[in-house]
Design a binder for this molecule. Structure first.
Ligand code: PLP
Length: 381
């Protein structure tokens, strides 16, 4: 009901506090199955300070618009692209939809089809429905990466593009992006890399000595990349990223927004009014942490994942789905549904989908939390 009279702020806050009691918080250490984390205090500070900036009307906020451009270039340089075109958007979903939209608009075929791995995120289902693009699923190999031969077999005259994943949602698997890139080049198709999760992990993990394939614009077939600062970038939600190699992709999805303060403004995002503060926070966090800071965060997360996977391997009744690739460890148990239910009853924020439990070693996850989790799991089993 819409209240007739307003309440005192303290009363409202007290009610809010009561009503959100059941929410899990990242600092409780109980959230083990999320790709989000507590926002870095510095990012929080920036968001609070610039909460009113609207990148949907950049003529009003010229400084913020410039910062978004700068941050796109910073992300471009992380992903080996000299001149990047893109936006900070609401998340991986919007970024993936924009890539499909660009591919579809450029291809201009009557019955567009997109080839993507069976492991792809469900955001592509939304893209498919909204953009009337048929999804053609490519099979996975035993290691859960996409079977590039099957991708090739599924190319037709209707294919508008190919998707590869650098850090799958369920297992953190990185597809053979170099092979997909070659394939895309051979057939003159654009390749989109969904690195929503892996984009803020792989570049750092590679310099730590983890053997991971190239996945970015270094590969000539890669035309667009999704990279989400609100996952391992530690920026408050919402902050996703879409980067294109060429301006023509952005132009293919731009519409004129004539009544805005900047005069002749073009918008290439799905959202109109959109938070400038979060884009500023991405910029600020990258400046503040630098490559070294992020590498340190990734180092801890990767080491913790290996330790946790070893602990699971020693536990009777538990099996790893596969060796961890990034900072995600997924495992199965006998009677998985019952185990999931019991873990949830004990307050753990996990989910068992696709037949396994996925633990994501986000920056808020500490060894002590995992030890407690393992104790609970052992007891339940
Ligand atoms: N792509 C991948 C690989 C993901 O794992 C996710 C989310 O988990 C997304 C896209 C969608 O991102 P968002 O939830 O920010 O829209």
């Amino acid at each position: 009901m819409f209240p007739e009279k307003g309440l005192d702020e303290n009363e409202v806050l007290a009610e809010l506090e009561r009503k959100t009691q059941r929410d899990l918080t990242f600092d409780s250490g109980k959230i083990l199955g999320s790709m989000c984390t507590y926002p870095h205090p510095f990012a929080r500070k920036i968001v609070a300070g610039y909460i009113d900036r609207n990148l949907g009307d950049p003529g009003l906020h010229l400084g913020s618009r410039e910062i978004e451009r700068e941050v796109i270039q910073m992300l471009g340089s992380l992903l080996h692209l000299k001149r990047a075109h893109g936006n900070i958007v609401s998340g991986g979903t919007e970024a993936n939809i924009l890539a499909v939209r660009a591919f579809r608009n450029i291809a201009d075929v009557e019955n567009p089809e997109l080839i993507l791995p069976e492991s792809a995120h469900f955001s592509f289902l939304k893209a498919s429905e909204m953009l009337k693009v048929k999804l053609v699923w490519a099979e996975l190999k035993e290691d859960y990466s996409v079977d590039v031969k099957d991708v090739e077999a599924k190319i037709t005259d209707n294919t508008i593009g190919i998707v590869g994943i650098a850090g799958t949602t369920g297992l953190g698997v990185v597809d053979d992006i170099p092979a997909l890139s070659d394939l895309a080049m051979d057939y003159g198709l654009p390749l989109h890399v969904d690195a929503a999760f892996g984009g803020f992990v792989i570049p750092f993990a590679k310099t730590l000595g983890y053997e991971l394939p190239d996945f970015d614009f270094r590969l000539r077939g890669v035309q667009s990349v999704t990279i989400d600062p609100h996952k391992m970038g530690m920026v408050p939600i919402p902050a996703g990223g879409i980067l294109f190699r060429k301006k023509m992709f952005l132009e293919a999805i731009s519409v004129p927004a004539p009544y805005l303060a900047g005069g002749k403004v073009w918008q290439a995002t799905i959202t109109g009014t959109r938070p400038g503060a979060n884009a500023l926070a991405v910029w600020g966090m990258i400046k503040h942490l630098g490559f070294e800071g992020y590498r340190e965060i990734v180092k801890e997360a990767m080491e913790l994942s290996r330790w946790f996977a070893d602990e699971l391997k020693r536990m009777p009744g538990v099996y790893l789905i596969r060796e961890p690739v990034l900072n995600i460890v997924s495992f199965g148990t006998q009677g998985l549904e019952r185990v999931e239910e019991e873990l949830k009853n004990r307050g753990w924020g996990i989910s068992a989908h696709r037949g396994y439990i996925r633990i994501v070693m986000m920056p808020h996850v500490r060894k002590a939390h995992l030890e407690e989790f393992l104790r609970d799991l052992r007891e339940i089993l």
